[in-house]
Design a protein around this ligand. Sequence first.
Ligand SMILES: C[S@@+](CC[C@H](N)C(=O)[O-])C[C@H]1O[C@@H](n2cnc3c(N)ncnc32)[C@H](O)[C@@H]1O
Length: 476
Amino acid sequence: MSESRRPSKAAGSRPGDKSRRPKRPRTPEGGIVRDEVRAVARDVLRAVRERDAYANLVLPGLLRERGISGRDAALATELAYGACRAQGLLDAVIERSAGRPIDDIDGALLDTLRIGAYQLLRTRIGAHAAVATSVDLVRAEFGSGKAGFVNAVLRRVSEKTAEQWIAVLAPDSVQDPVGHLAFEYAHPVWIAQAFADALGPRAGELRDVLAADDARPAVHLIARPGAISAAELAILTGGEVGPYSPYAVHLDGGDPGQLEPIRTGAAGVQDEGSQLVARALTLAPLDGPDGGRWLDLCAGPGGKVALLGALQTDGNRVDAVEPAEHRAELVRKTTRDLPVDVHVVDGRESGLTPGYDRILVDAPCTGLGALRRRPEARWRRQPRDVAELVRLQRQLLSAAIELVRPGGVVLYSTCSPHLSETVGVVADAVRRFGLTQLDTRELLPGVPELGDGPAAQLWPHRHGTDAMFLAALRKP
Ligand SMILES: C[S@@+](CC[C@H](N)C(=O)[O-])C[C@H]1O[C@@H](n2cnc3c(N)ncnc32)[C@H](O)[C@@H]1O
């Protein structure tokens, strides 16, 4: 997250202060030159709002199409992703400044208002530039009347700093500490509450979790075992070896798709937490020998099964189940040189022959643990999604338990720390099938602070990974 604007700076560049106004660039005909950086950011918000697009899939294409690179691309990314993340906070301020409910504001204007308000509240961009560029965008598209409305609203927004708006609009921090932090860090309250519940006795870390969600995440690469080492990958990419996974390299930013080791397939992009999950399955102690029958029951797009395939030995193979054809195709691509067989079937009724030694159930989930990598996700997810996903998670875990051999291990994981999706699903399976819960923390050697066990919970603010949950279960 960018640093908040300093009040002193804001006060020195009020939109009405003509003496400080920079000259706006003009076309030879005297028209105002469109600010392409803000236009791209605005168009990302529009795609997210109108067609439920994913910001991180839309933005790179727009930047390429409009020839925006370097510092301009970095600013467009900051504005687009930042405004997506901060939407709840921005909307509360816009609503108050406009004096009308957010739903009564024309969506096309709202996109620009959000980009403008984001600059005012969460960046060091001067107030005049933030307001003028927004007004110009709206004037070019919709004319002076609507530009006047945007001007008036953003000038109101600029009258207070983010801290002052939070003091006015957020729930009381003593009576409703979770609601207050949720407002301050622009998270829906139900998500902040889910994090607090998962932190349990360490709910005091809630501020850190929410802040970590807003921070620009490092790019994590995986050095594919057998193809390249993490040390070599770090040298080739200018990155740093990750602290926990023996295959992880962290990059500060940039477009990993341009890197040679990624293009050749020697490395891939994968959160270090996900690497630890796949590795944990291979380290779990079995009752009896490992016959080499491994299964990934929820494999798409293939990150974890690629690591399982690379770690498989003695000519054994890994089965990968993925019901969505387009995602199964991604698994095939990611594992093209690896001993992995892809099955396009529903994991609940796969028709595969039971007797597996090791099964990964990396279940479909709310993704609340990876919000930092999906700018708009926190506002799209709904509390009602949880119950439906939990039903599917239970069914998939039950199917895995039917498929694993006695003495074999099922590793259940989610990229969500929501207790219903994590310990709730596991407790239900343990009770129904009489499973033994292994101390999963032992399968993550060298990783501290994984909770009270027997399951393990990773956190962005503690480990720099997505908030992955994992529980290793042995069938008696
Ligand atoms: C969290 S993702 C798995 C990520 C994957 N393990 C990786 O590391 O790349 C969950 C996957 O489960 C798939 N899925 C959804 N319903 C399923 C079902 N009934 N059976 C098996 N997989 C399912 C989704 O399509 C999605 O690709």
